[in-house]
Design a protein around this ligand. Structure first.
Ligand code: HEC
Ligand code: HEC
Ligand code: HEC
Length: 436
């Protein structure tokens, strides 16, 4: 209740601020004047094969299909996104004139993708226009050429029908934009290398990495002061990507980061959940140069101040008991010494991504299982089985605490309460009780 009042109050203030200044910044669409405003997508067919190919690359980089493709057809929308303010559904962005974006001109498309001004009004920032604002004019022209090759699909979507009042009022987003949206393109830093600039362009623009890897404030805006320092996605956690040596990428080489992005593994970690999807649908398509550029840029981000958590004290007998549980249940895949299987099963030894205070991903994998990314280099993605039926909350908390504190690891313990809360939130099954 209290939370609701705070949020509702926030939006009223936002709307008031927005009304004053919006025309000048967030809604200034002069950047889109480079685009054509005479031909609609339904009537446009690009014949420029090179532009279409480049546009497909931009589409992969932006991972448009991940959110806009569901069972109703390519780019036909219908993907539901849970927000703290209700459920939002992704738009049909095929060239269909009734239910898609067939009536948009190239200029309208630029306004939607780079500025969040869509065909029904202001878009919600779950559509990552805050990042796509960085797209160059050239990338946008190419993307438009690619969109002209998409087959029109009739599929009606009521994007904000599931949002609660007052968040179903699109105008409120003008206030949000006023506060949080930077309506400006990418400015290269001439003191940095070409690779660094290309990397930053991908990370902050098309790749929209901070949409997951930065924490958000109570109005779902990314906290700039904690840029890429780790963000909660509810039932997954996107870890710290700064040079923090304990929980970030401080001890990972640029080459290893690049291979994680394009294959889903650096030989130690294996991407799971939303990151496996990002690899599968988007990042595996990056050229080697682009993947290295992203890694080069990430390696330059100063370390966050996050300190390693306090390790629990475990008695020798407790450690010995858990070592047995580990050997019986986990070692066949994760290795007797937590070494994993390179490229397929994550190691625990030296896997800093698993040592942050937020153990959401570990609990998630234990309760629901997980599947690694399917890529052109890894055709058969390895799977982690669910242990929800076999272990109770305390068992799961203990074995995770054990792996987080063995083979040189040191991290805060995982609590049975956290496992219990996630078991309920994920609707995972209960342990099967066997009479003994
Ligand atoms: C993280 C999910 C997500 C990704 C990634 C994403 N979108 Fe969206 N998109 C949405 C949602 C949700 C909406 C509906 C927002 C609304 O109605 O306020 C939307 C709306 C749109 C619209 C507006 C449609 C209209 O009729 O106004 C366009 C155009 C669009 N997206 C294009 C793209 C393109 C191009 C890409 C890739 C560069 C992309 N989107 C990537 C979630 C996403
Ligand atoms: C049949 C092989 C297999 C067994 C047995 C197994 N795992 Fe896994 N585990 C995997 C694979 C493969 C992945 C990677 C899945 C992915 O990337 O989506 C994984 C992922 C994980 C992760 C998530 C890592 C991340 O990236 O977030 C944790 C935590 C985990 N396993 C713990 C355990 C524990 C603890 C046990 C024993 C109780 C266990 N696993 C048993 C194969 C296995
Ligand atoms: C949809 C959300 C999402 C997006 C977008 C996303 N990530 Fe991730 N990322 C995650 C999650 C969740 C994990 C944890 C995966 C795991 O534990 O297996 C992760 C893990 C990683 C890791 C491994 C970290 C470690 O410590 O092992 C790297 C590196 C990474 N992401 C880089 C990126 C980059 C670069 C981008 C943008 C090009 C990006 N991610 C975009 C959600 C996302």
């Amino acid at each position: 209740m209290a939370k609701w009042i705070k949020i509702a109050g926030g939006v009223v203030v936002l709307a008031a601020i927005g009304a004053g200044g919006w025309a000048y910044s967030a809604l200034n669409t002069s950047r889109s004047s480079v685009a054509d405003d005479s031909v609609t997508l339904a009537k446009f067919t690009s014949s420029d094969a090179e532009a279409i190919k480049r546009g497909e690359y931009v589409m992969r980089m932006g991972d448009c299909a991940a959110c806009h493709t569901r069972e109703d057809g390519d780019f036909a929308g219908g993907y539901e996104i849970a927000t703290p303010f209700g459920t939002l559904v992704s738009s049909n962005i095929t060239p269909d004139t009734d239910t898609g974006i067939g009536n948009m001109t190239e200029k309208d498309f630029f306004n939607a993708v780079r500025q969040g001004i869509g065909s029904h009004g202001m878009l919600y920032p779950a559509m990552p226009y805050t990042a796509y604002a960085k797209f160059t004019d050239q990338d946008m022209h190419d993307l438009w050429a690619y969109m002209s090759t998409v087959k029109p699909v009739k599929h009606d979507v009521d994007e904000n029908g599931g949002m609660s009042f007052p968040f179903n009022i699109r105008l409120a987003m003008a206030g949000w934009d006023m506060l949080f949206f930077k309506n400006e393109g990418f400015t290269p830093d001439s003191s940095q290398s070409e690779a660094w600039n290309r990397g930053k362009y991908i990370v902050d623009g098309g790749g929209h990495c901070s949409a997951c890897h930065s924490p958000r404030n109570f109005l779902s805006a990314e906290k700039e002061s904690a840029y890429l320092q780790g963000g909660s996605l509810g039932d997954w956690y996107a870890p710290d990507l700064t040079s923090n040596p304990h929980v970030g990428l401080g001890n990972t080489s640029a080459e290893d980061i690049a291979s994680y992005l394009t294959t889903g593994s650096d030989g130690v970690a294996v991407a799971a959940g939303p990151m496996a999807e990002a690899v599968e649908h988007s990042l595996q398509y990056l050229t080697t140069d682009d993947a290295m550029a992203v890694a080069t840029y990430l390696k330059s981000i100063p370390a966050s101040a996050t300190k390693p958590g306090t390790a629990p004290k475990m008695s020798d007998s407790e450690t010995a008991r858990l070592a047995d549980v580990y050997e019986v249940n986990c070692s066949a895949c994760h290795g007797l010494n937590g070494e994993g299987i390179s490229g397929m099963v994550p190691a625990f030894a030296g896997n800093h991504g698993l040592l942050g205070d937020d153990a959401t991903n570990l609990v998630h994998a234990m309760l629901k299982g997980a599947r690694a990314a399917h890529t052109h280099t890894a055709q058969t993605a390895a799977g982690m089985p669910s242990f929800a039926w076999k272990m109770d909350d305390k068992d799961i908390a203990e074995i995770l605490t054990y792996v987080r504190n063995s083979w040189g690891n040191s991290a805060a313990p995982v609590s049975a309460d956290q496992v219990g809360a996630m078991r309920a939130a994920l609707d995972a099954r209960d342990q099967i009780k066997v009479a003994d």
